[in-house]
Design a protein around this ligand. Structure first.
Ligand code: ADP
Ligand code: ZN
Length: 213
């Protein structure tokens, strides 16, 4: 399947994407993960993205389109892909539309994962991430067995730089201003599926139903 996952930070895009990869071998492509890996590696890309990320601002559309233009042409995308955290602005959505048209590809749908704001705030402040494998934990609902150590790979599990209260509040503002309008964009394209996300499984079921229809 070829999907775009929309939704505020903390809506559960990454969790849903990971579950979907197991259904049909589609790959999860998270621009956030790609950028964090670049920052950790200290590459040129990482240096260009670091300050914006730390503040919870978006990195430039140009930088993102450079990454995604390459990424979508890789072999593992042939089985399908789940775009997690991309596109994030109207210009990115326009550029993606053109890129896919040039490649002769078509997306199945754009899924808007909708979660109440208080739930999101609570999730983001309690979220912890493995810096080695990207596994996501939650200090309240899904803690690591051993504190600060990843159950899956043993790597360090920490609070992300952009998960301080100030950065989170900025990320939500940025989301409302720059990313929320994408729902309308994809509605006009006839591709939008809005799901009220009570649980990741509910989102998966809604996607399966839509794919089958
Ligand atoms: P979130 O949990 O907020 O969805 P991500 O892991 O998707 O976070 O992204 C982390 C940060 O990486 C963003 O706050 C932003 O600075 C940058 N980023 C990721 N994807 C994009 C994108 N498509 N366009 C611009 N910036 C992006
Ligand atoms: Zn890990």
């Amino acid at each position: 399947m070829k999907l775009i996952l929309l939704g505020a930070p903390g809506a559960g895009k990454g969790t849903v994407a990971k579950l979907l990869t197991k259904l049909d071998g589609s790959v999860q492509i998270s621009t956030g993960d790609i950028l964090r890996a670049a920052v950790a590696a200290g590459s040129e890309l990482g240096k260009q993205a670091e300050a914006a990320m730390k503040a919870g601002d978006l990195v430039s559309d140009e930088l993102i389109m450079g990454i995604m233009g390459e990424r979508l042409k890789e072999d593992d995308c042939k089985k399908g892909y789940l775009l997690d955290g991309f596109p994030r602005t109207i210009p990115q959505a326009e550029a993606l539309k053109k890129l896919l048209a040039d490649m002769g590809e078509k997306l199945d749908m754009a899924v808007d994962i909708q979660v109440a704001k208080d739930v999101i705030l609570d999730r983001l402040t309690t979220r912890r991430t493995c810096t080695d494998c990207g596994a996501i934990y939650n200090v309240k609902s899904n803690p690591t067995k051993e504190e600060g150590k990843c159950d899956k790979c043993g790597g360090p599990v920490v609070q992300r730089d952009d998960e301080t209260e100030e950065a989170i509040s900025n990320r939500l503002d940025v989301y409302n201003k720059q990313t929320a309008p994408l729902a309308d964009f994809y509605k006009k394209e006839g591709m939008l599926v809005a799901v009220n996300a009570t649980s990741s499984d509910a989102v998966i079921d809604a996607i399966k139903a839509k794919l089958a229809s």
